[in-house]
Design a protein around this ligand. Structure first.
Ligand code: TRP
Length: 407
């Protein structure tokens, strides 16, 4: 992520008007999955390689607007899957970038599934780290921000054998060259420095497609850089149905064609103006105390100009602080900058600290409640994993039937 990532990208909000094509739409059958009855079944290798092109991004933005309209009009046919790798604590970047959106979609009535992608931790590192503790901390963060386990299934994919078994037939539907071309795999390989590519890193988009498809999710909220994953899942879904005779007219497709729901959230940077990451010590974690938060913001990098403006291109560090205060308090960044005016970076930091701590106070209180009773996290994971296993077993049954592997 570059420094200019702070730039807000604004999309037209189509939420109030439901387009005619959603009216009276039947949403309870597979045929209503977005894209299932779409105009074309791309043979996709090309779509995948081009999935980071500007044209493809623009198409994804338009489709996201359509999805938002459907969410507002009738979310009952929509099922969303998203997730996280348990590699560290969640921070404000995650909160504004994805967690808040998940809660919004859950509350709007979209069926919600959240995968804790524990196997993905070992794609590009040797060990799992303090995995149990990290998974539990992730669940505590989810509950604290308002993910409701009575409406959302929270599960760890290592605990769902049926999901993992889908990876075998899925692997037969992709080529090694295609996986090597996947822009996200390439980027992650580069980020690991000189490490050789592991088989799991090369094939993890296929595993991720299993995360999405085992529960027949048709909506996957992602950032721009993750679009190739969703494209890969669409490719696998359509190739599976074609190869096993489920794509012909009148046949019941086994899988939906999942669509990316691009987030309109601006990215926030760390307190030094660089990408938020634990190793840089520039993150504000959801689990931090108000005092720790104040201390980190106090150390934040600014510049010599006393007058506070919102100028992400020329003043990325100051703009990022302005953006944090704006996001935390639900205001426009320019209004926040104007309020501080000539009062300088000290005043800006005080405002950021106050807004962030106000936002996080109820989240911290809920987190503390959850942590006081370890049984809560145990129960959430046990119920989520049981539900995910039921779903995975049912999907695997359909896959075996389509492949005539029923004995
Ligand atoms: N790759 C995601 C991450 O790095 C986590 C993830 C795993 C995921 N499976 C997924 C996200 C399926 C969306 C859909 O955080």
């Amino acid at each position: 992520m570059t420094k200019t990532a702070v730039a807000v990208h604004v999309r037209t909000n189509t939420r109030t008007a439901a387009p005619a094509r959603y009216r009276g739409r039947v949403t309870s059958t597979t045929a209503s999955f977005p894209g299932a009855a779409g105009p074309r079944e791309p043979d996709v290798g090309d779509d995948l390689a081009a999935s980071t092109s500007e044209a493809s991004y623009q198409r994804a933005l338009r489709r996201s607007d359509d999805l938002e309209a459907q969410i507002a009009w009738d979310p009952s046919g929509l099922r969303m899957l998203t997730g996280d790798r348990p590699t560290g604590n969640l921070h404000l970047g995650h909160y504004f970038g994805s967690l808040r959106n998940r809660v919004r979609l859950q509350d709007a009535g979209v069926q919600t599934w959240v995968v804790i992608a524990d196997y993905q931790v070992i794609t590009d590192r040797d060990g799992v780290g303090p995995i149990r503790q990290r998974v539990r901390s992730l669940v505590a963060d989810y509950l604290a921000v308002g993910i409701d386990p009575t409406r959302t299934t929270i599960f760890t994919h290592s605990a769902v054998p049926g999901l993992n078994q889908l990876v075998l037939p899925f692997l037969s539907l992709v080529t090694e060259a295609e996986l090597r071309r996947n822009p996200t795999v390439k980027a992650e390989l580069e980020a690991t420095g000189d490490r050789p590519m592991s088989g799991l890193l090369l094939t993890y988009p296929v595993h991720q497609a299993a995360d999405i498809l085992f529960c027949k999710a048709n909506v996957v909220p992602v950032g721009k850089d993750q679009l190739p994953h969703v494209e890969q899942a669409r490719t696998i879904a359509s190739r599976f149905d074609r190869r096993y005779g489920r794509a012909a007219a009148g046949e019941h497709p086994v899988f939906p064609r999942p669509q990316a729901l691009l987030s309109s959230a601006p990215s926030v940077l760390g307190t030094d103006g660089e990408k938020m990451s634990k190793s840089r010590g520039n993150t504000i974690e959801l689990g931090m105390s108000a005092q720790e938060t104040a201390r980190i913001i106090k150390k934040a990098v600014t510049d010599a100009d006393r007058r506070i403006t919102f100028d992400p291109e020329h003043r990325p560090e100051v703009a990022n602080l302005v953006m944090l205060a704006a996001l935390a308090s639900g205001r426009e960044p320019h209004a926040v900058a104007a309020q501080i005016g000539d009062a300088g970076a000290g005043a800006l930091k005080r405002l950021v600290t106050e807004s962030v701590n106000d936002l996080l106070a109820p989240i911290r209180a809920r987190r503390a409640q959850v942590q006081a009773d370890p049984g809560i996290v145990d129960d959430v994971l046990a119920a989520g994993n049981a539900h995910a296993n039921e779903m995975a077993d049912a999907t695997l049954r359909e896959v075996r039937e389509a492949m005539q592997m029923t004995y």
